[in-house]
Design a protein around this ligand. Structure first.
Ligand code: SF4
Length: 239
């Protein structure tokens, strides 16, 4: 929901209340909502089960994925799924936020982190943010077939293996490591296509089911995929 700098700013406000109105309750200033949607916890499961939160509006930071630690700072490899509410396109603003009207379209059913976060005192959110995170299997574990596909994807597109490949040959992507990485990326692309084509699943669910496309994650790490020609699915990787 917040990055390290944002948390620091909030802490400064606590120490220096004169710099801003000394708040004691949320007045929907939307500062938090403009910095990204919350991560979900076990306490939020009922929101999905009741349809108040829809999988189309969620995405998953997969177990093992390099991610920013919002509190301690720096990159960590997550030890569990982190399911988050998507942001609006081209911004960090939570999908459910209406900044101009200072409103949240699911305010009465907002997730735990949103209810706990007080921008004038971050202690409660710091205590909570890593506890009892909701995972994909908590939500789809009972859907036979889909649950297995998600597990298979998690296994074949393991971040542990991807990082090993990226770090092999002193970080020079070539030979067997390059071929294996291409196969992993191809699997990530294919499984998304398969689920949409064979089951009619709305594409908007894919970031929740299979996380952010691997190509996008690799791009953020400075590794770009280039198609050899339009007829070939297989791509070259440029580090
Ligand atoms: S769910 Fe609502 S309260 Fe929570 S970050 Fe989004 S807009 Fe803000």
């Amino acid at each position: 929901m917040m990055d390290k700098q944002e948390l620091k700013d909030l802490k400064k406000l606590v120490r220096n209340p004169s710099s801003k109105e000394n708040k004691s309750e949320c007045n929907r200033c939307m500062t938090c909502c403009a910095k990204g949607g919350p991560a979900l916890h076990q306490a939020d499961k009922h929101l999905i089960e009741s349809g108040k939160l829809n999988g189309r509006f969620l995405y998953t930071i997969r177990k093992g994925e390099p991610a920013q630690d919002n509190v301690k700072g720096g990159l960590i490899h997550t030890d569990t799924d982190i399911i988050k509410i998507k942001s609006k396109e081209t911004s960090d603003i939570c999908l459910y936020a209406d900044i101009n009207n200072s409103s949240c379209s699911i305010y009465n059913d907002r997730p735990l982190e949103c209810r706990v976060l007080k921008c004038w005192d971050t202690r409660e959110i710091e205590d909570l943010y890593q506890k009892e995170r909701l995972t994909r299997q908590d939500i789809i574990g009972h859907i036979e077939g889909l649950s297995d596909l998600v597990e298979e994807h998690q296994e074949k597109c393991s971040f542990q293996r991807i990082i090993q490949l990226l770090e092999s040959n002193s970080g020079k992507l070539e030979g067997g490591a390059l071929s294996e990485l291409l196969e992993i990326v191809q699997f990530d692309i294919s499984i998304r296509k398969l689920v949409v084509e064979k089951t009619g699943t709305d594409k908007a669910y894919l970031p929740f089911l299979f996380g952010i496309p691997l190509q996008n994650i690799l791009k953020k790490l400075g590794i770009e995929l280039k198609k050899r020609n339009p007829d070939q699915e297989r791509s070259d990787i440029q580090g």
